[in-house]
Design a binder for this molecule. Sequence first.
Ligand code: MN
Length: 709
Amino acid sequence: MPEDVAAIDDLIKKVISYNPEADVKLLEKAYAFSSEAHGNQTRIEGSPYIEHPLAVASILADMKMDTTTIAAGLLHDTIEDTKVTVKNIKALFGNDVAFLVNALTKLSRMEFMTKEEAQAENFRRMLLAMAENVRVILIKFADRLHNMKTLEHLPEPTRKRIAAETRDIYAPIANRLGIGWLKIEFEDLSFKFLLPELYEELVKKIAKRKEEQEGYLKGVAVEIEKRLKEENIAGKVSHRIKHCYGIYQKMQKQRITFEQVHDVLGIRIITDTKANCYAVMGIIHSLWMPVPGRFKDYIGVPKSNMYQSLHTTVIGPKGERVEFQIRTEDMNRIAEDGIASHWRYKEKGAINEKDSRYISWLRELIQSQKEFSNAKDFLEEVKGAVIPDVVYVFTPKGDIKELPVGSTPVDLAYSIHTQVGHRCVGAKIDGKIVPLKYHLRNGDTVDIITSPVHGPSRDWLKFVVTQRAKSRIKQWIKTEERKQSIELGTKLLEEDLKRHSLGASMLKSDSMLEIAKSFGIHSLEDLLVSVGYGRLSPHQVINKLLPEKPAEEVTTKTVKPQVEQKGISIKGIDNILYHTAKCCFPIPGDNLVGFITRGKGVTIHNRKCHNLERLAIDDARLVDVEWKQEGDSTYPARLLVETVDKPGILANLSALISSVNVNIRHLEASSTVEKKAHIGFILEVKDKKQLAALMQKIASVDGILRVKR
Ligand code: MN
């Protein structure tokens, strides 16, 4: 087909323009192979499938990638969508191309339950792929970019899902890797599909603004060019237009209208040296008055994605604000291409030092990912971590620390050293003591106050924002709880040994280890922990040391009869002290879970209880629980009823409840301003079935708005 020939020729021309020694044969071979493999497959809108890999390769050529990467781009969907295998590709194109195509195939194979899980998993795979080889991610980016550009052919729900994923995952990663143009394309394309009307409206308004201001900005540019010439400073002056999504974000964040956004259009000046950047800024400030607080020196303090530039806003010749960006050619290249600029065709191979700085945040993320069992939690964490907003603070010695916005002195302390974090008791900023939850601000000089006798508190988890601080605090709490359990377990067992006139030395004996093993526990320390947590009672342990005796004699020696023992079994272990939780009032028929308290037995919760999330920092302390139904026992259950506030309704309810033989143990009623009443009952019920039947009856009474447990 003649069109195809033209297309591959265009690609090759493009590659040769920046890489005259490119391996053209390899590209032609990859194209022919991919074409053949995809055969007469078509894209959803009906065009031949090969157009997609060709477009992906062309984007990679725009990024000036090496031929290996571009060949892999041409082949990227062959393993996934055709009969081609990795072996085929390895044999024809060598190890490097095969590795890339294989990695991309792995990235795209996903089947998950929920959108959130899929997103988290997608993100995790991308991180791993990137850490392995940056080129994989660049090809994946090109693939996604072309898919976004042809998104209108997909059905609405798929379109929205892919657009949201691009906005939430692809754009932040592109930003973190410093590929400015790609971040902008990802953001604007997803904006276009997520909020089409708003997008169209903004595009129109921006075009109009451009028309109105272009002449004015040209005047400003001419004036600067003249001055630069006089001062003999090199400088290329150009316009820049803020991208659509950037404007939208600014409007949202500052709650302003489009008309109130001042920096839609701005001027960018590219000069030759760092010193001249400052000189150009001096000239601008001498011509027009700078707006206070709008000057930013990202040359002195680069952004975390290595973006460097000077930003300033001035009151221009007609009293209008004009924003300037001043940078060198090199800085501009990094702002546009980021990590991709290091992966150009000339620089194949190993990751250089600059790349490794881009990638170090990645490694931290992958590390933190291991600490999350739940995909949703991880995604939340990751979204927090890729948001590039950072604050820069100083240590008393003048070292700069970069932390995410919202960080507290505790986050800073942990970023200095784990021990500084653990021992942190307060902080001084510019000589003034601030609370530990204080939100650090740009430029703060922070002096962390430590005390050797202090340790972290569980409350810190509520306000720290860095993953590092969170995981160190959790780790400390776990260790500390284990230490305390060992102490408590030792004490309890020693007391019980004494009661049976046995020496404390028994605790370290071989027979104690035998006993531990009989419970499936592998060390003495873990046995102590089990007793300390309340998983095992001291009695269960010590009993095994005693000679067999008639049953009643043993019972006389137990400490005290345990309360509320009937009905519940815990993982087949009997004789365990438990009580039901007063937050969720579980009853037979509920799905239950036990929480092992320290020394006070097990608390039984309804699995749906919202307190569990807070309690269950350590999964090891949750046990499966079953309710063995017994006779006519009743259990307390809570019921909340919302009614319209009218006389007699409470009497009606009470009568109804009594009529089904349920006791009311306690009742509380209050009315609200909206003429509603809230009534809380504690009832005595046999099980969930009885309660559910009652709830249904109550719900059908006239004037009842809501019934819930
Ligand atoms: Mn593809």
